[in-house]
Design a protein around this ligand. Structure first.
Ligand code: PLP
Length: 351
């Protein structure tokens, strides 16, 4: 990777690329641990209880990845041969490699959601609860907040409340893929519990914007989480002295939650610079959190072209489609780096 000027590569590919800080590593070193398969790791238990309480749920289970937390959640809500419905850019259907079908016998149907924004008409149109022996019965709806491929989009609380009513009227369960629900909370000021308690199961990631090296938590009722523990072990993720990782998650909640606001400011700064240089590539008002989606459909550069040219100037971005790039700000990109990256990207995109 080219590093012009020796300022270090600015990596905007994802908020997963952060490395644990010295203070987080100290928390890891100091963690009190035990065998978590015996339920004896106090740090894991503390993390699970803390995340459950934050999200307005009874219990939580620590998982190695967000994908596992999502898949445990779906399995709790949907029986084999039933379906979960969601938008067609949802992580659970695009980025988990068919896990719901491969592991749990769950089928999916999807709707298109511009920017990943939930529209209850789509849900209403697609659901088929109790379809009898004729059609696949819908058991659950999965929602992503914030929406990753949608560009960090926040689902309005009023829409989520209305979705809860719709689900109750139709006997459906709700799963929240809350990998970045932290960002929605910080950007809007809506309490995490006000979002989380609308759902039957919620997954959250500690390894995205919060900056922990590993880890997610699934929260739900105590009964469901007890069942999730059985499936976690069955899938091979019963972990032993894993308090060393849970300690990083607790540290992240203490120190890295409120600072997500800086990532949002930096994302907007980058979006503003790009929009000024290349109108139409990004709509800054749509950049609500830490993700900047770039639509290159009408630009002379395609996604690969932009990613390669930016990399040559020490800025890494993700080419997620032929004409779609994603930039993500995070705790290893400070304001100066965001300004530097803005200059490089605006320079490349200016026509
Ligand atoms: C990252 C992410 C996940 C979980 O990903 P893992 O890599 O399995 O931890 C789930 N949902 C969304 C929206 C994500 O961005």
């Amino acid at each position: 990777m080219t590093d012009p000027g020796g300022r270090g590569v600015i990596d905007l590919r994802s908020d997963t690329v952060t490395r644990p800080s010295p203070a987080m590593r100290q928390a890891i070193a100091d963690a009190e641990v035990g065998d978590d398969v015996y339920g004896e790791d106090p740090t894991v238990t503390a993390l699970e209880n803390r995340v459950a309480a934050l999200l307005g749920h009874e219990a939580g289970v620590f998982t190695p990845t967000g994908s596992m937390a999502n898949q445990l959640g779906l399995r709790l809500l949907v029986r084999p041969g039933q379906e979960v419905v969601c938008d067609d850019d949802a992580h659970v259907v695009r980025a988990e490699l068919g896990a719901a079908a491969a592991l749990s016998g769950i089928t999916t149907r999807t709707w298109k959601a511009p920017r990943g924004l939930l529209d209850l008409d789509d849900v209403q149109r697609i659901i088929r609860p109790d379809a009898g022996p004729y059609l696949v019965s819908t058991a659950a709806v999965a929602v992503e907040d914030t929406h990753n491929f949608g560009g960090g989009t926040i689902q309005p609380l009023e829409t989520l409340k209305a979705l809860r009513s719709l689900a109750d009227e139709n006997g459906l369960a709700l799963h929240l893929d809350g990998a970045r629900v932290w960002n929605a909370h910080v950007a809007t000021g809506v309490a995490l519990a006000d979002i989380g308690s609308l759902f039957d199961t919620v997954s959250v990631c500690l390894s995205k914007g919060l900056g922990a090296p590993v880890g997610s938590v699934l929260v739900s009722s105590a009964a469901r989480i007890a069942e999730a523990r059985v499936w976690r072990k069955r899938l091979g993720a019963g972990m032993r002295q894993v308090g060393v990782l849970a300690a990083a998650g607790l540290y992240a909640l203490d120190h890295n939650l409120e600072r997500l606001a800086d990532d949002h400011t930096n994302a907007r700064l980058i979006a503003d610079a790009i929009a000024a240089a290349a109108p139409g590539v990004v709509t800054p008002e749509h950049v609500e959190t830490n993700i900047v989606p770039l639509d290159l459909t009408t630009h002379r550069l395609d996604a690969r072209g932009l990613a390669d040219a930016a990399a040559a100037q020490g800025v890494r971005v993700s080419a997620l489609g032929p004409q779609f790039c994603r930039l993500v700000t995070h705790l290893d990109v400070d304001r100066a780096a965001a300004e530097e990256a803005s200059g490089v990207l605006a320079g490349l995109l200016a026509s």
